[in-house]
Design a protein around this ligand. Structure first.
Ligand code: FRU
Length: 489
């Protein structure tokens, strides 16, 4: 069987070992392979699933289509780590091999109960007419890492008033009861979140829809997540079909949150503030969080989007996950900061400081393709200032502050191979401050930029040529003082 002929629902064992090795070697020859991000050995990765700490280790599963960079038959792939930084590929965790998940083991979450890890996911099935029939399913992992599927559906229907887009349960425990939020669509095609409850994880009941103040907010909400942070409820969702509004909602689909009171589980309602995007970059979707043993709320997102082609597709793979970020609440909003454990990746350190006036400056040692860079700018009279990175000749990715517009702007117009240009090549975030800090995590084909200690984050794939390694600091129409520290990875 030729891999080009792989159909959407081809199973991995239907393809010869030799074909798979060919695919993997094509993937490994790709110059955009990441160096410190979780990425698939071949094929396509999407949502993070089952993110948790269990039996002394962090576990992070993800949606995986092994046979090529498209959304075919999905498996759960398992990775684990002792420090949230160095991840070990464990292998396939859950395969689509039963009546209840015949067309894909879709997204879900994990919870520890009675010493075991329960993986709660949506089994995607399609009938002869290709109509979807979702089942909510369970697999159980023990401390040795053995995973057993319960080959039956623990919630086998779609409640009345909702369509077959009913998936991605995120489970938690409150008192003696288990709850799950689940992504849903009403029959009049609006996105919403459903609430399920269970006394034992095996029998689930539909409690109803969680009433929010987000009326008519897109046609489907995928991958909801719910947790309490401090004394506030946080509901994360990935709505589809929200129209652009000024600088907001520029990607094909969004991922964001509402913050407010805890969900009233009796009334099934949440009182909250505005919907805020979690990320202002080009490639971020379907994030999932977990609470670590120290009580930190940690988030990982899919650094990609549905229905978008990416340049690495030609090399047989697509997408990666973001670095883990800690969530905290500041001034009524979620703040995301890279977890301090990432500092263990730091090798040699280089520092520079000075002033830039109407010029583009480069410094010895300030170059690379995988590094961490912290730039502190003290606002002078420059109209625009910032950093060009992964640059050579005309090629560059630019993060800058436009003091006239009072906006942070990420520009990937000249970043290399184009991605989703129909959705524009700049992303902007309104920010007024005397000091601007850009904290960058640059890898072979991505950048994550934390602005002013996580007030905003820009997460993006970029596909520059391997030689584009220059870092340039610039200011136009005036001066700015700055300090930069870089750690090679
Ligand atoms: C989000 C999503 C989920 C679904 C999964 C399938 O990206 O569409 O709703 O469970 O991906 O891979």
């Amino acid at each position: 069987m030729k891999l080009q002929k792989v159909k959407k629902y081809t199973r991995i064992e239907e393809v010869s070992q030799q074909e798979i090795e060919l695919l993997v070697s094509r993937v490994n020859n790709c110059s955009w392979r990441q160096t410190f991000h979780i990425q698939p050995v071949s094929g396509l990765l999407n949502d993070p699933n089952g993110f948790c700490f269990y039996a002394g280790e962090y576990h992070l599963f993800y949606q995986w289509h092994p046979l090529g960079p498209f959304h075919g038959l999905k498996y759960w792939y398992h990775t684990k780590s002792k420090d949230l930084v160095n991840w070990e590929n464990v292998g396939i965790a859950i395969e689509p091999n039963s009546y209840f998940d015949s067309h894909g083991v879709y997204s879900g979450s994990a919870i520890e109960h009675d010493g075991k890890l329960y993986l709660f996911y949506t089994g995607n099935t399609r009938d002869e007419k290709l109509d979807r029939h979702p089942h909510q399913c369970i697999a159980v992992m023990d401390k040795e890492g053995t995973i057993l599927k319960l080959n039956e559906s623990v919630f086998d229907h779609v409640p009345e008033g909702y369509t077959e887009h009913f998936r991605d349960p995120k489970v938690w425990k409150e008192g003696e009861q288990f709850y799950a939020v689940i992504g849903a669509q009403t029959t009049d095609q609006t996105g919403c979140v459903g609430l399920l409850s269970s006394p034992d994880l095996f029998e689930w009941k539909f409690e109803g829809e969680v009433q929010t103040q987000l009326d008519d907010f897109g046609f489907m909400w995928e991958c909801p997540d719910y947790f309490v942070l401090g004394d506030q409820g946080v509901l994360i969702l990935s709505p589809q079909g929200v129209q652009p509004e000024g600088d907001r909602y520029q990607n094909i689909y969004q991922a964001g949150y509402v913050l407010g009171e805890e969900i009233d589980l009796q009334k099934k309602e949440m009182t909250h503030g505005n919907f805020e995007e979690l990320d202002r970059g080009f490639d971020f979707y379907a994030p999932q969080t977990m609470e670590d043993p120290n009580g930190r709320r940690i988030l990982v997102g899919w650094m990609g989007l549905p229905e978008v082609e990416y340049p690495s597709d030609v090399n047989g793979w697509a997408h990666c996950l973001t670095v883990p970020r800690e969530l905290t609440v500041r001034h009524g909003k979620l703040r995301q900061t890279p977890i301090p454990e990432l500092e263990s990746l730091r090798k040699s350190k280089t520092e520079v400081s000075g002033s830039i006036t109407n010029e583009v400056k480069t410094y010895d040692e300030f170059s690379g393709a995988a590094y961490e860079l912290v730039c502190d700018f003290e606002r002078g009279d420059a109209a625009i200032y910032g950093v060009e990175f992964r640059a050579s000749g005309e090629e560059k990715t630019v993060i800058q502050y436009d003091a006239t517009q009072k906006k942070v702007i990420l520009d990937r117009t000249l970043s290399g191979e184009e991605v989703a240009i129909a959705y524009g090549t700049e992303r902007k975030y309104q920010l007024d401050g005397e000091k601007i800090k850009f904290h960058l995590f640059v890898d072979s084909s991505s950048v994550e930029i934390f602005v002013n200690d996580g007030e905003a984050v820009f997460t993006s794939r970029i596909f520059p040529s391997a030689e584009s390694k220059e870092i340039r600091f610039f200011a136009t129409d005036g001066s700015v003082n700055f300090k930069a520290v870089k750690w090679d990875y």
